[in-house]
Design a protein around this ligand. Structure first.
Ligand code: TXA
Ligand code: MG
Length: 346
């Protein structure tokens, strides 16, 4: 299949291009589009065929359900059984990087939800994503636009590398603002369970929900026979080619340990910007942002994991273990999975 790449920076200036993308979706085709978190590979949410095509294009197991993207929180009524807590969360955080799991209606094919009785809903804030959903006139089912097992894409170049020839169209809308996928929660009355941490933090959710529980799979390795609350948790998502080790310890001890590694050409380090002058040598540095600037670290992480994958020498990767609070929990969750839970205390 030939993949068309379209540049759309502003929906108002590119109305004709957006209409073309919407037409591709309405015919059952696949269109990759930018969101504020990561790029998504979209198909019509009410079409089982489109869902199958998405799984095929990504090489993704079909028991791992897709998120339905809508333009407005009220459109959830078409696909799910809503409740008061959903609308209170929507008033606070939608549009934005929050996905809420609700009981599904029959309008959503089983293929979209991997056979689950629930559906994941999200209202993306990116103007191109919002305009595309409006132009289509219904929800768009979309997982992250990476090949299964690769880091989520935060630029169109990442998407082109993974999916060129496998989708009808890729919309290039520049670099994603957040860089990590949305926060996912399920609801039981006004108690939320955090299934995947993201830019909407547990503390922020606690301002609206009576309680926010954190699913054990966010930080721990799921047990052999444990059924995870979210099917995506059982897959080792982001597996870099190099073996990744996370370093845990006092700041100065970790930096000293990193210094002892720099003679080795096979070593790559996801270091803080402040450490760059201290770690000059044979190792390859992948600066992730300032020590306290978690937003920048979130925005760069996936891109750097891809860079490390493309580096010919780098077979061992090291990174700081992020703090488990706020946005740090989202970084922690992505990194421990990329590292297959390999943590070294220094
Ligand atoms: O930021 C995002 O959420 C991006 C953009 C494109 O919106 N999308 C994304 O989709 O990250 P994906 O498919 O890569 O991750 C969705 C996760 C999967 O781990 C899946 O298992 C979980 O959401 N999920 C979807 N529906 C679910 C459901 N009904 N119950 C539990 N988990 C669900
Ligand atoms: Mg994904």
């Amino acid at each position: 299949m030939k993949t068309e790449v379209l540049q759309i920076n502003s929906p108002t200036e590119c109305a004709a291009a957006l209409a073309r993308a919407a037409a591709v979706l309405k015919k059952g085709g696949l269109v990759v589009f930018p969101t504020e978190t990561v790029y998504g590979i979209g198909g019509i949410a009410t079409s089982a065929e489109a869902a199958h095509a998405i799984y095929e294009a990504k090489g993704r197991p079909s028991d791992n359900p897709l998120i339905v993207h809508i333009a407005n929180p009220r459109e959830a009524e078409q696909y799910a059984v809503t409740n008061d807590t959903y609308y209170r969360l929507a008033a606070q955080f939608m549009p934005g990087p929050l996905t809420i799991i609700l009981p599904k209606r029959n309008t959503v094919p089983d293929a979209v939800t991997g056979g689950l009785p629930t559906v994941a809903l999200r209202v993306p804030a990116h103007p191109v994503a919002a305009a595309l959903i409006r132009a289509v006139g219904e929800g768009i089912a979309a997982p992250s636009a990476n090949l299964s097992g690769r880091p989520s894409p935060t630029t169109a170049a990442h998407v082109i590398g993974d999916l060129s020839g496998r989708v009808d169209m890729i919309i290039d809308g520049g670099e994603c603002e957040v860089g990590l996928e949305s926060t996912i929660i399920s609801l039981d009355g006004d108690v939320a369970t955090l299934l995947r941490p993201g830019a909407i933090t547990a503390d922020a959710l606690a301002c609206v929900c009576a309680e926010v529980k954190i699913a054990s799979a966010v930080t721990e390795l799921p047990g052999e026979n444990e059924r995870p609350l979210s099917p995506g948790m059982k897959y080792r998502h982001y597996a870099p080619r190099a073996a990744l080790t996370l370093l845990n310890g006092a700041e100065t001890e970790v930096t000293t340990y990193l210094k002892s590694l720099v003679g080795n050409k096979a070593v790559g380090i996801l270091c803080y910007d402040e450490e760059i002058p201290l770690l000059q040598g044979a190792a390859t540095l992948f600066p992730i942002g300032s020590r306290t600037d978690l937003e920048t670290q979130a925005k760069r992480l996936f891109s750097l994991l891809r860079e490390a994958d493309n580096h010919p020498d780098c077979t061992m990767l090291f990174a700081h273990l992020p703090p488990r609070e706020g946005l740090g929990l989202a970084l922690y969750n992505r990194l421990i999975r990329a590292a297959a839970h390999t943590i070294q205390n220094v």
